[in-house]
Design a binder for this molecule. Structure first.
Ligand SMILES: [Zn+2]
Length: 80
């Protein structure tokens, strides 16, 4: 998995999940593995996006595969 780093501070980033979260997604968020978009105010409709753990900068990347892999990896550790 090649997750991006924060363009602002080069810190570790978490994938931001949109849509209705599943129980596993809630658990992954509680464990600090992902960010649920319901907790965040957005300027526009970013889809595959990330949030920095360090400075909370939000950004999107064109690499949808890395985002999907990060989300699925986080959620799969907490069931389905
Ligand atoms: Zn940052």
């Amino acid at each position: 998995m090649t997750a991006p780093t924060c363009p602002n501070c080069a810190g570790e980033v978490l994938p931001v999940l949109f849509g209705l979260p599943t129980e596993a997604a809630h658990q992954a968020a509680a464990a600090g593995k992902i960010v649920l978009a319901g907790c965040v105010v957005w300027d526009d409709d970013l889809e595959e996006s990330w949030e920095c753990r360090n400075c909370h900068h939000h950004f999107a990347t064109p690499d949808r595969t890395a985002w999907l892999t990060a989300v699925e990896t986080a959620i799969s550790q907490h069931g389905r």
